[in-house]
Design a protein around this ligand. Structure first.
Ligand code: FES
Length: 97
């Protein structure tokens, strides 16, 4: 059976230096049906790591810490609502009027 969605957690040098190994471990302990958890190489957002990316909706999270994983799992992966406070600020521009 293939997963409908994928969550990529960067394990390259800059993200690892900021704790992405622990972020990956946290996602692996909170698996969600239909969502594959994968380590990945550099995503080109090194100054904003640990970088977490959700596919296919292509949501980018920045500076994710292990304590943030529960919110991403419950709010985004289970309920379908991205966690605003963790969205990558340059890749998910928001404008107020
Ligand atoms: S090292 Fe993680 S995005 Fe580049």
């Amino acid at each position: 059976m293939t997963s409908e969605r994928q969550i990529l957690i960067c394990q390259y040098t800059n993200c690892r230096a900021n704790g992405s190994e622990q972020v990956l471990a946290a996602f692996q302990t909170q698996q969600v049906a239909g969502v594959a958890v994968s380590a990945c190489d550099c995503q080109g957002q090194c100054n904003m790591g640990p970088t977490v990316r959700v596919l296919p909706d292509n949501t980018w999270y920045a500076r994710v810490q292990p304590a943030d994983v529960h919110a991403i799992v419950e709010q985004h992966l289970k309920a379908g609502e991205p966690v605003e406070r963790l969205l990558h600020p340059r890749l998910h521009l928001r404008f107020s009027v």
